[in-house]
Write a protein of this length. Structure first.
Ligand code: FE2
Length: 192
């Protein structure tokens, strides 16, 4: 994924880290926390299948057709995971991370507790990282501004109790570092 879109690659790593922190903060089991971390890492796996037009588009506004394609990524990611018979929590995080508490999300428009816990956690981590990092079409917001935006979404889009835990955790432990873009080292074919 990193070769197609370096932002998506770094974003996946930070979402995994925030998801893990939130799972631990919510006192989930070691196994569940591990699954949720992996779900955070893989949440946008389906974006691998999106067309180059989407990746090269640096504008905020997408055509209706492009929006439809972007919105297919949770389904594509989940379909890819079915081939490896992965754990249900990881599968749920990938398939449902764009569902919203009030039913306004996609791809199914699930409400409240119809959304599995793993997906609720990854959604919060995903939103927080999207708000606090530079994207091609949007400058990052300050931590304070990000908390205000999360507050607005709490109970409407995102699980309210989990948002409170996320804000508390970031207040105490800070944000994940934004890593500089890494270049892939050249691997020599010389066996010596
Ligand atoms: Fe996504």
């Amino acid at each position: 994924m990193g070769r197609r879109d370096s932002y998506t690659h770094a974003h996946a790593q930070r979402v995994a880290a925030y998801s893990r922190r939130l799972a631990i903060k919510a006192k989930l089991s070691v196994d569940m926390s591990r699954d949720i971390t992996m779900g955070g890492m893989l949440h946008d796996l389906g974006k691998l299948a999106l067309s180059d037009t989407i990746f090269s588009n640096k504008q905020a506004a997408l055509s209706t057709e492009m929006i439809g394609e972007v919105r297919s990524h949770p389904l594509i990611g989940a379909a890819l995971l079915q081939h490896i018979h992965c754990n249900a929590n990881i599968y749920h995080a990938v398939l449902f991370h764009h569902e919203r508490i009030d039913g306004s999300g996609y791809p199914f428009g699930l409400h409240g507790n119809e959304i599995p816990l793993a997906a609720k956690i990854v959604s919060i981590a995903d939103c927080f990282d999207a708000i606090t990092t530079d994207r091609p079409y949007q400058r990052r917001k300050s931590r304070r501004h990000a908390f205000a935006l999360l507050d607005e979404m709490a109970g409407r889009c995102l699980d309210e109790a989990l948002v409170r835990l996320m804000i508390e955790d970031v207040r105490i432990h800070g944000m994940e570092p934004i890593m500089p873009r890494l270049t892939v080292p050249h691997v020599s074919s010389d066996p010596r």
